[in-house]
Design a protein around this ligand. Sequence first.
Ligand code: ADP
Length: 265
Amino acid sequence: PTERVLAIQLVPFDSTRKLLLSRDITQIERVQTVHRDFVANVSHELRTPLTVIGGFLETFADMDEPDVGMLKQFMPMMLDQTRRMQSLVEDLLTLSRLENSPKAVPNEKVNMDELLATLRVEAEGLSRGRHKVVFDHSSSRWLWGSAQELHSAFGNLVSNAIRYTPEGGTVTLAWRDCGEKGEKAVFSVSDTGIGIPREHIPRLTERFYRVDRGRSRGSGGTGLGLAIVKHVLARHHAKLEIASEADKGSTFSVVFGAERLAEAE
Ligand code: ADP
């Protein structure tokens, strides 16, 4: 947006004259708006599960004799809402940890064989047999970075692919060499799921940005997954590419340049 925000101030200059000061506060305003929206979003996300749990508890508090049948019926819903709040708080802590971590690029040697094996087990666990999970581990490269951060970023892409792909679909995890001379490597997650309409793609990594609110919440999403992915990848100087078509499926690719690649041990 080209609209600028100016702060204007009239200050005494000498006994007869005044000075008009103008300061461009566009950037400060922008940061404050993002911050306000964030707090409003977090509050809203927490309020819904708390209202549900509070409502159930009030119902029981009003009973002389607790109704065990009803308790059994309500318990799974309360647990579900509690888990939702737990995931949200976990994701908020992860984001805040990333924002507060040192600017230096993480530089441990990451065993990609181990990381990919873990992601495979996790993908199969999340899918519970509802999808075909395909695995293409054709690069032998390892990475320089943080194993824990990369696990969290890649894990988010995998869990999205599973959550946004209906039963019977295919989710493919790949780690391949790429670039003209194979000097780079790409981790990608492709799915045959609901896809993303083109106009939403540029905003997906914003905190709490969702294509379809109801669907995302229903599938257990916090709305922070891709914001975490963006942070981790920026710290690793890696590039996220998103290709998607509504009703066909999506591919999220993470490209690592030569300077991030390590020899396998
Ligand atoms: P959420 O917790 O809502 O999934 P994310 O930050 O992980 O939050 O993703 C943001 C939004 O991007 C999601 O709400 C969803 O609309 C869209 N999205 C992410 N991954 C996929 C995918 N594989 N297929 C379709 N839509 C996706």
